[in-house]
Design a protein around this ligand. Structure first.
Ligand SMILES: [Zn+2]
Ligand SMILES: [Zn+2]
Length: 213
């Protein structure tokens, strides 16, 4: 498949969450998914790619995925987006940082609530938001049908799944999200995971340690 969009994914501190910059080559508009704690690196990459960030999307509100979102907003004016079910976690950023021994940086509240099955536009590229709770109540995946790719956050990893023992996590719920929502995507769909290497839906259906079809 010929890629129709610009994408750069790289891991960012403090816990190696995968941040993705996704842009439309025509309009040069872009979104950043999960800035983690690395606004300077992300802003440099965005500039090198010649893109303008309009939205900052979050797969969920664990601190290591959104510590830099305030700085990103300050630098770009982009809209901070989250599923409303993770608002409590977002508000508890300071507590999360304390628990993991990471320096706290205040981040403003989200300005836009992403809904299940909502179509999000990045210039001419569209993403479908999929509510995939379980790792957290408001965990989201973002499916880009034109490029056969899904950004799954900490819901699905290569060979594994996200932990469900943190605030609001639930094992039965993550199982339903993965089996009913993610495994219904095309087998050849690339999965950009929240940490570690990418995978494919078909590969996970066959060999995931937790849930196979
Ligand atoms: Zn997480
Ligand atoms: Zn994570």
């Amino acid at each position: 498949m010929i890629p129709t969009m610009i994408r750069k994914t790289f891991s960012v501190p403090p816990l190696g969450c995968n941040c993705s910059i996704i842009g439309d080559p025509v309009t040069k508009q872009a979104i950043v998914v999960d800035p983690g704690g690395a606004h300077e690196r992300i802003l440099r990459e965005v500039q090198q790619l010649g893109l303008t960030v309009t939205h900052i999307l979050h797969t969920h509100a664990h601190f290591d995925h959104f510590l830099a979102s305030g700085e990103m907003k300050k630098a770009t004016g982009a809209t901070i987006c989250l599923h409303r079910d993770d608002l409590e976690l977002w508000k508890n950023l300071e507590m999360q940082c304390q628990m993991f021994g990471v320096a706290y940086v205040p981040v403003p509240l989200p300005e836009y609530w992403i809904k299940d099955e909502e179509k999000l536009l990045v210039g001419q590229i569209s993403a479908i938001a999929i509510h995939t709770p379980g790792h957290t109540p408001g965990s989201m995946s973002f499916h880009f049908p034109s490029d056969n790719m899904v950004v799954a956050g900490d819901t699905l990893f290569r060979g594994s799944i996200g932990r469900t023992d943190l605030w609001g996590g639930d094992f039965d719920t993550i199982e339903r999200s993965i089996r009913e929502r993610l495994y219904s995507l095309d087998d050849a769909t690339t999965v950009v995971t929240g940490h570690g290497p990418e995978t494919e839906i078909g590969v996970e259906k066959e060999s995931n340690q937790f849930f196979r079809l």
